[in-house]
Structure formats: structure tokens, C-alpha cells
Design a protein. Structure first.
Length: 64
């Protein structure tokens, strides 16, 4: 079965703390129900990315 691709975009604030726990839940569920998941991690939509690039996401971001 082809893996389900999931974009992981934690954002700012509690997103940095909550996202890893949410991923753990998804990983356990995926194992339990034999679901292939692929997590694609992005650092968009956060202050650090904005400070580095002056943008909220790359111009090619919507294609990924």
C-alpha cells in the first residue's frame, strides 16, 4: 500500500511542543492498524523561518 503523506508544520507557540506528541499518537495508530504513513517535516509558518527568509513559506511550497 502506498504511504499516506502528511505535512508536519508545527508553527509557533505550543506547536513546537504539541506536534511531536501528535506524531507519536499517529505513529502508534499507524502501527496498530497497519497504515503506512510518511511524514514530511517543514519549518514554515514560524517566526524563525520568517526571520531567515522574510517569507512565511517558500514560493514552491504549495507544490510539495
Amino acid at each position: 500500500m502506498k504511504p499516506h503523506r502528511i505535512a508536519v508544520i508545527p508553527g509557533d507557540g505550543i506547536g513546537q511542543e504539541v506536534m511531536p506528541e501528535g506524531l507519536r499518537v499517529l505513529e502508534v495508530a499507524a502501527q496498530r492498524f497497519e497504515l503506512p504513513l510518511q511524514f514530511d517535516h517543514f519549518d514554515w509558518a514560524c517566526a524563525a523561518y520568517w526571520q531567515r527568509t522574510g517569507r512565511c513559506c517558500p514560493t514552491t511550497g504549495s507544490r510539495r
